[in-house]
Design a protein around this ligand. Structure first.
Ligand code: ZN
Ligand code: ZN
Length: 414
């Protein structure tokens, strides 16, 4: 093994009053990341480009050296599940969400409170698949938490919008109303695809809004999961660079699909089921599993892969929820486990390590931002004390990097 690439999702942040005007990384006690930083260099990265607010898919596609293609998300997510796709199948990423009514179309919660249990999501998915009749076969699959994948089988056009406002790449969300799916060109096939998907979505609301699961959620004071927000229409395998001799430890459908499409040897585990309404209990369980799992993938591939890509998802969520203390604690946990392992594993095996994020998710903004992310590049240099955080990274010798240049900069090429 020559190198390890760790992406800690949404790790970048801004100073927060709950942490004495420090960022979670600055406030966190991370001796192992600091050990690696001290024997390497720091820098900062615009994962897509300056001023661009990246979604996770846009960020990883860019960091792995590709141009952005708007249609990748649905396909990557679908290929991260066990669904079998053929060319022409129209795939979307979907979220269970809460709206007031189909007619008014106000989005009340984009993730249905983020506390939809795995069992609830599976029952709702079953009702959608059984209850909706269309001229075109489709499959909806609930994946993790509020997330899902929606696939229409057949020869479709993917030149259609999503239904969560008019999504403009790189910009902040601009509306809180659902929109109709719109064709993005004058082709009949795009209009046809939009019509089918619109018909589907209207029926989804009819089935979900009065579903017993949602009646129960309302009784408990929880937001009903009465709609699906969909985006990232795609009909063919995204044309992205291949990474042979890479192994990947990834467990979210997007990152797993991305790794598979790149040709990496992809290792995964089943995410712990969300049972209660405390999503953070589930996230901690997931994070512990993810760190342990990543370590086992590293050990197994010491001789079998040139590079290993590790993706850790959980840290993005306290950013979206505005919980800087939890984000700091998660970073400390990753340091104590995965980074502690890397500190011992990398030096004797002469393995280089990159630790960075796909984008910033500042707790005070509760959303992704265009702020650059810190980059740590451990290369076994003579120690010189450094701390891994946003402000030191801005002064680091690696300097400013655009996502696409990262691998060249650190010498991680195939
Ligand atoms: Zn992300
Ligand atoms: Zn996010």
């Amino acid at each position: 093994m020559k190198g390890v690439m760790v992406i800690v999702d949404g790790m970048g942040d801004l100073p927060n009053s709950q942490l004495g005007e420090k960022t979670p990384l600055e406030a966190a006690d991370m001796p192992n990341a600091d050990f690696l930083a001290s024997r390497g260099e720091l820098g900062y990265m615009y994962s897509v480009k300056p001023g661009f607010i990246p979604e996770s898919d846009e960020a990883i596609v860019s960091i792995f050296g590709n141009e952005l293609i708007s249609s990748t998300r649905g396909q990557l997510e679908a290929r991260g599940t066990d669904l079998k796709l053929v060319r022409g199948d129209l795939a979307f990423r979907a979220n269970f969400a809460t709206i007031d009514s189909f007619k008014e179309g106000n989005i009340l919660d984009r993730r249905a409170g983020r506390n939809l249990s795995t069992a609830e999501a599976e029952i709702l998915a079953k009702s959608i698949n059984k209850g909706i009749k269309l001229n075109s076969p489709f499959i909806f699959k609930a994946t993790i938490g509020h997330r899902g994948v929606l696939v229409f089988k057949g020869g479709f056009s993917d030149n259609v919008s999503g239904n969560d406002m008019v999504y403009i790449p790189g910009q902040a969300k601009i509306s809180n109303k659902i929109s109709r799916i719109k064709p993005l060109d004058d082709e009949d096939n795009s209009q046809y695809a939009a019509n089918i998907v619109n018909e589907f979505l209207e029926k989804v609301f009819d089935i979900l809004d009065k579903h017993p699961i949602n009646e129960k959620r309302r009784d408990k004071g929880l937001p009903p999961a009465n709609f699906l927000l969909i985006r990232g229409a795609g009909i063919e395998i995204p044309k992205i660079k291949t990474y042979k001799r890479w192994a990947s430890a990834s467990y979210m459908p997007l990152e797993r699909g991305f790794s598979r499409v790149c040709g990496m040897k992809t290792y995964s585990f089943d995410y712990p089921k969300l049972k209660g309404i405390d999503v953070y209990e589930n996230l901690w369980e997931g994070l512990k599993k993810a760190c342990k799992f990543s370590i086992s993938v590293l050990k197994r591939n010491r001789k079998h892969a040139d590079y290993v890509y590790i993706h850790i998802k959980e840290t993005d969520l306290p950013g979206h929820d505005g919980k800087p203390v939890i984000k700091k604690e998660m970073l400390e946990y990753i340091d104590k486990t995965l980074f502690n392992f890397l500190r011992k594993f990398a030096p004797p095996n002469k393995i280089k390590v990159v630790i960075t994020a796909d984008h910033s998710t500042p707790c005070k903004l509760k959303s992704h931002s265009a702020d650059p992310v810190p980059v740590l590049f451990y290369s076994g240099l003579i120690p010189k004390e450094k701390k891994f955080n946003e402000s030191e990274a801005r002064k680091g010798k690696l300097g400013r990097i655009n996502g696409k240049e990262l691998f060249k900069k650190v010498g991680f090429l195939k």
